[in-house]
Design a protein around this ligand. Structure first.
Ligand SMILES: [Ca+2]
Length: 346
């Protein structure tokens, strides 16, 4: 005779087996890595072929068309970078969401550029350069670190600081750009940006960040402010509302570029220093593809040697462009020189 306990354990085993046979095991398969403009797919399967009523597919939360539990993903519209792919599965009396991702890489390798020095100018070697911009014959610069953060207007030829506003010690200053006679300035971790009058350097307003991580570099394309946040993303802001309207991922044909920092918009491309590297990425703003990388390692080595710089953070950081005379200026944090350079394709 079976004991009460044995009958109970039989019942549990039976219950477990029934539950297993009813359990659905979904797999969302995606093209893991794909090249921009190439086809990618996402498809949903159930391990033992159990009946599925229907599946809806989403990329970055946006629904895409599908047939027979499979969807084609348009990489051209998505642009480069990592994108979230989800499938919402409808099966007898239930729904389940399954997630995966795809990574879209640039469709061609980047060009390599080297540099030629055209002119050398003095630069305040105590300036921890975060933002650099040329405007109406002057160099405007923002500096960082708590206690030494500032915005300044300097004379190109002498490096002399003509006008300066010190930033409250609470803030670590970051990048800046000039748009419609205003200076837009970022702080690092405070999730706060400030707006200054270009002529008087008086503070006129402030704004908080949206989904971007932090404040790093800034430039503009004539209609939108462009902001880096130390990730591989660039954000486009409405200058009026400061709302982050959209973002793009910055990728080569192999990987994303992290720690994007000081920015400059030059002839329809975004030039970006990235933190701790003596390199400038030349980016297509339409799709985030890195089309070129300028290697300025020689320039950085030269100044570190010349000025016996020991601070490990004294890296290349600062790109300014004089559109009228087609001049590119670069400098670095705590560098005593500012260079006019020409980039030469290798
Ligand atoms: Ca700049």
């Amino acid at each position: 005779m079976h004991s009460y306990k044995t009958i109970l354990s039989y019942a549990f085993v039976l219950l477990f087996l029934t539950a297993c046979s009813n359990r659905y095991n979904f797999t969302l398969t995606t093209t893991a890595k794909v090249v921009l403009n190439q086809k990618a797919t996402a498809s949903l399967t159930e391990k033992s072929g159990k009946p599925i009523d229907s599946v809806q597919f989403y990329v970055n939360g946006r629904k895409i068309p599908s047939t027979n539990n499979t969807a084609n993903i348009d990489t051209k519209t998505l642009g480069v970078g990592k994108h979230v792919v989800s499938a919402l599965v409808f099966y007898p009396e239930k729904t389940k969401k399954v997630n995966n991702s795809i990574e879209v890489l640039a469709d061609k390798p980047y060009d390599i550029y080297t540099y030629e020095i055209v002119n050398t100018y003095p630069h305040d070697k105590t300036a921890f350069t975060q933002g650099l911009e040329y405007h109406n014959g002057f160099i405007y610069e923002s500096t960082g670190r708590r206690g030494t953060s500032s915005i300044r207007k300097t004379e190109l030829k002498t490096g002399k600081v003509l006008q300066k506003v010190d930033i409250d010690d609470r803030y670590f200053g970051e990048g800046m750009t000039i748009f419609n006679n205003k200076i837009y300035f970022l702080t690092w971790e405070s999730k706060m940006g400030f707006v200054y009058n270009l002529d008087t350097f008086e503070k006129e307003g402030q704004f908080s960040y949206g989904n971007s991580r932090q404040g790093w570099g800034m430039t503009h394309n004539g209609t939108e402010l462009i902001k880096s946040d130390g990730s591989s993303k660039l954000w486009f802001l409405d200058p009026e509302t400061k709302e982050e309207k959209r973002s793009i991922n910055i990728y080569t044909d192999k990987n994303g570029i992290k720690d994007l920092n000081e920015l400059e918009y030059i002839n329809g491309k975004i030039y970006a220093n990235y933190w701790k590297e003596p390199l400038i990425a030349i980016i297509n703003p339409d799709n985030g593809v890195v089309e070129g990388i300028a290697n300025l390692a020689g320039l950085q080595e030269q100044i570190i040697k010349e000025e016996k710089i020991t601070d490990g953070d004294a890296v290349l950081n600062g790109i300014a462009y004089d559109q009228e005379n087609n001049r590119i200026f670069v400098t670095g944090k705590l560098w005593g020189k500012l260079y006019e350079i020409k980039l030469v394709k290798k």
